[in-house]
Design a protein around this ligand. Sequence first.
Ligand SMILES: Cc1ncc(COP(=O)(O)O)c(C=O)c1O
Length: 375
Amino acid sequence: MTTSAPNGRIHYTKPSITDLEIRYANDAVTNGWGERCYEYIENFERQFKMHLGVRHAIATSSATGALHMGMAGLGIGAGDEVILADINWIASVAPIVHLGAKPILVDVLPDTWCLDPAAVEAAITPRTKAILAVHLYGNLCDMKALTAIAVKHGVHLIEDAAEAIGSIWHGRRAGSMGAFGAFSFHGTKTITTGEGGIFVTNDDLLYERVLTLSNHGRARGETRQFWPERIGFKYKMSNVQAAIGCAQMERIEELVAGKRRVFQAYWDALGQLPLRMNPEPVGTTNGYWMPTIVIEDCVPFDRESLLSAFKRDSIDGRVFFWPLSCLPSFAPHPQHTVSHSLSERAINLPSYHDLTGSEIMQVAGHVARHLGGTP
Ligand SMILES: Cc1ncc(COP(=O)(O)O)c(C=O)c1O
């Protein structure tokens, strides 16, 4: 028999909002206008740069917008190819399509669920302009191998770190290693501004280009008022959103620690069962945005039946992303066996920062019973 969640529903994520976020948002909405209308935005960008160890940051309305502007800034457009993993959220690929470039989907590694470097290298053509490294669910791409491929072939390596705040690759934070990085602050993410994102880079020239693009094509230093030198974008974060972001950045260590605590509790409860969870290879730290179980091939697994059991007990479960190649917008790639298997044999578990030990055991209990074990 299962018990209902003591406080009602167990959501798969929810933000951690304290008096600090409320105080800053209140201040922004009360005083953050006129000459003070960019104060929280500038502070948020400053805090984020310091946290990540990068030279430049532009707060945006979403990670999708940050990716779109960054790719436009790199000159990606019609006739270009961008390589990315088949199994991904649509937001990673949409900007490529919007720019008129061609996404080239390749398979992932079974342990990281991220780009398979050998598949990337095999997919390089004279039209390849960039590799998009998406750090899925907090798991890190093999940045050493991907950087070597990018350098060897003279293509850009971009990091979609939307899900990877808190993840560190051999001393360097996710999002700080590529030509540019993009993060999401959607309400489900480890830190949130409601909706929101950020573009980050160490490249001074790219920063200037994207800054101009981000301001409807109006260049810094242009003396004529309302003079766009090109067609740009409007993907700005508001000051009120940034106020919430400033509070979240002051609490970043606590928020990432919360995610890591939840992951560890799941692993302690489930690690003996025939499943894998998000990896943390030696020399790396995983921000564990979304604890995910992948059921081993050797045991039968009925994803829908487990999700139904969750649902009956007011627990939110999430299916792993679908392979993009199975969506109507893309050509099928039945040979991407790892992507297809992950999609069928994995689910994301609830993971908000203050999920209690008993709630974690309630979720783990369903998984264990489903696999014929005890947590
Ligand atoms: C990997 C990845 N990339 C990009 C995005 C897009 O982020 P946003 O919703 O802020 O545009 C998401 C959002 O969930 C994501 O998970």
